[in-house]
Design a protein around this ligand. Structure first.
Ligand code: SAM
Ligand code: DTB
Ligand code: SF4
Length: 325
């Protein structure tokens, strides 16, 4: 298959639905063939998350333990010191991560925090790691400052379909999310955008979420697919568990619609068997978070991931590896 014909931003809903709903083996074959066409199928990119400002968030995201509106609310912390972040980043690098992703529980960063955020980006970059931040909505000025500081990636998820979105978040709109993504893209920062499944959405919501991402002016460079981690006391604490094969189908559809993007098997791995994760890698996932903490929730520890990689013959992707032409 030729690169030009694979990289489409004009996918239709009918096409996406047909891909997602075909017999499982056909979907896996299609997704894995594309995966091999563009990537080393045995290499997985490793990112490490760091919670640089936790809790007390004014947004009402129904899945999140850091919202001040949820019963579970974590106490709000201040923005952590640059040195602490750099110490974590050094550890992450020693553990094999190539990207360091700094998350802030904010609706959007305050201008008074920008100098500290810039120092974090510069410091982490100096360590030889790719930098990523996820801080909520950005305005033009903040976006330009982060770009100038050397930020490589900005993560901002659309979370679900436009239709289901108001059931999950009411304090910012789907359109707000797209506007931040456009700003980031236009500033020349690489876009990391994905969402969450297992929030009680329907199959069509999973398909439409990916369709929205795949029909942006350019595919996000990185597409995190999170399985909901039901956090105690949040509105989604009792969401019905998703059929794991639906999760694999979601990964596979992301791979087919956005064949040159890094698709991240993101939150939720602690609750997944080795077999389910193996299926996700076969379906086209080639990135994940390492280390025993995500932002507030647990993630598999280094030794269980080392064991998983050994059993699957998977190795860590090299720094900055891109899709083949
Ligand atoms: N406050 C910023 C924002 O929302 O843009 C950045 C941090 S926020 C925690 C980043 C993303 O993590 C969310 O958009 C969501 O997709 C994902 N996430 C948060 N809590 C989750 C959970 N319990 N399970 C799965 N994914 C989750
Ligand atoms: C993304 O898509 N998933 C990450 C990252 N981007 C910021 C966050 C996962 C958070 C999981 C829940 C927690 O740790 O509180
Ligand atoms: Fe705040 Fe982000 Fe959590 Fe939403 S997902 S409540 S914006 S920290």
């Amino acid at each position: 298959m030729h690169a030009q014909t694979d990289l489409r931003t004009d996918w239709t809903r009918a096409e996406a639905e047909q891909i997602y709903c075909q017999p499982f083996n056909d979907l896996m074959f299609q997704a894995h063939s594309l995966h091999r066409r563009y990537f080393d199928p045995n290499a997985v990119q490793l990112s490490k998350l760091s919670n640089i400002k936790s809790g007390g968030c004014p947004e009402d995201c129904g899945y999140c333990s850091q919202s001040a509106r949820n019963g579970s609310a974590l106490p709000a912390s201040k923005l952590v010191e640059v040195e602490k972040v750099l110490a974590e980043a050094r550890k992450a690098k020693a553990g094999g991560a190539t990207r360091f992703c700094m998350g802030g529980a904010w609706r959007s960063p305050k201008d008074r925090d920008m100098a500290t955020l810039e120092a974090m980006v510069q410091g982490v970059k100096m360590l030889g790691l790719e930098t990523c931040m996820t801080l909520g909505m950005l305005d033009d000025f903040q976006t330009r400052r982060l770009k100038a500081a050397g930020l490589d990636y900005y993560n901002h998820n659309i979370d679900t379909s436009e239709r289901y979105y108001p059931q999950v978040i009411t304090t910012r709109t789907f359109a707000d999310r797209l506007a931040t993504l456009a700003r980031v893209r236009d500033a020349g920062i690489k876009v990391c955008a994905g969402g969450i499944v297992g929030m009680g959405e329907m199959q069509m919501d999973r398909i439409d979420m990916l369709l929205t991402l795949a029909t942006l002016p350019a595919h996000p460079d990185s597409v995190p697919v999170n399985m909901l981690i039901p956090m105690p006391d949040t509105p989604l604490a009792d969401a019905p568990p998703l059929d794991p094969l639906e999760f694999v189908r979601t990964i596979a559809l992301a791979r087919v619609l956005m064949p040159k993007s890094h698709v991240r098997l993101s939150a939720g791995r602690s609750a997944m068997s080795a077999e389910l994760q193996a299926m996700c890698f076969f379906a086209g996932a080639n990135s994940m978070f390492v280390g025993d903490k995500l932002l507030t929730a647990d993630n598999p520890d280094e030794s269980s991931d080392a064991d998983l990689f050994r059993r699957l013959g998977i190795r860590a992707m090299e720094f900055g590896a891109e899709a083949a032409e």
